[in-house]
Write a protein that binds this ligand. Structure first.
Ligand code: SF4
Length: 267
């Protein structure tokens, strides 16, 4: 699927396949699974085949690449593209050829600002394309128009996955890395992953639960205030996405938390 999107931190989404398996608490009531089920099919679960979209759909980023001058003239920056919202880039059960083809499309469309998202950061070192790997002669070779977001919703996930993400940032030369702290499930202290010298996280996106079960668990704006304060202190970009998607969202975000910043590499 390739689509314009209502997600405020991106311009477009691109999904070369649909399907995934649940891997953590942020996957409860997975919104994408619900969208998939409403088509009358199922591509969710271990051992369940994923669905690859058409070749025409997979090539949609090339159309955006051709439109890049127009987009830049209109917006003063390149188009941001979020991938994947209907699966996970580093899903073990996706055909490796599908992933290689997709990452080849990402690499070739260098007028797009890719926001690649995963809940499986430990798979990145073994699943990223060989020609993106650092070498002794050339050093880091990661495409500089591609950043990485991971989802972290609890302190335990933060302590487990953010060190892996930062290790990837430094080893591969990823231009920016960030956290989707959504749907936030408890207070998380990010302070030891935020640094004024740019060596830590570059971005934190904060939000409550989206979807019809938005109020099925506690949610506290103080979790966002703490993350925003920690970002401000270290010069890290912070983005307040939503309180809950089924409420009149922007209307109830307190004015002093309505902060919507991007890392410099995405501006
Ligand atoms: S990783 Fe993402 S797409 Fe996959 S089950 Fe979890 S929330 Fe859904």
């Amino acid at each position: 699927m390739a689509a314009e999107t209502g997600i405020p931190w991106t311009d477009s989404t691109h999904n070369p396949w649909w399907g995934c398996s649940k891997v953590g608490p942020a996957c409860d009531h997975c919104y994408a699974e619900g969208v998939d089920r409403r088509t009358g099919e199922n591509h969710w679960g271990s051992g369940v085949p994923r669905r690859r979209i058409s070749e025409q759909g997979r090539n949609e980023p090339f159309r955006w690449q051709r439109q890049a001058d127009r987009f830049l003239a209109e917006h003063g920056r390149n188009r941001r593209v979020f991938t994947l919202s209907m699966g996970d880039l580093f899903d073990n059960e996706v055909d490796p050829q599908w992933r290689n083809d997709h990452m080849g499309v990402m690499e070739a469309t260098d007028r797009l600002k890719w926001q690649s998202c995963t809940k499986r950061i430990s798979n990145l070192p073994k699943m990223a394309p060989q020609n993106w790997m650092p070498t002794m002669e050339q050093g880091p070779r990661w495409p500089q128009h591609i950043g990485v977001l991971i989802t972290v919703v609890t302190q335990a996930e933060a302590d487990r996955d953010i060190p892996r993400l930062l290790e990837c940032k430094h080893r591969f030369g990823i231009p920016w890395v960030g956290i989707s702290f959504e749907p936030a499930q408890e207070m998380v202290d990010f302070s030891r992953f935020l640094h004024m010298d740019g060596s830590g996280l570059d971005w934190i996106i904060f939000g409550g639960k989206s979807g019809p079960k938005w109020n099925d668990r506690p949610f506290d704006l103080d979790w966002g205030y703490l993350a925003a304060d920690q970002c401000e202190f270290t010069g890290t970009a912070f983005f307040m996405k939503q309180v809950a998607a089924f409420r009149p969202t922007d209307a109830i975000i307190p004015a002093d938390l309505m902060i919507r910043q991007f890392p410099a590499a995405l501006s």
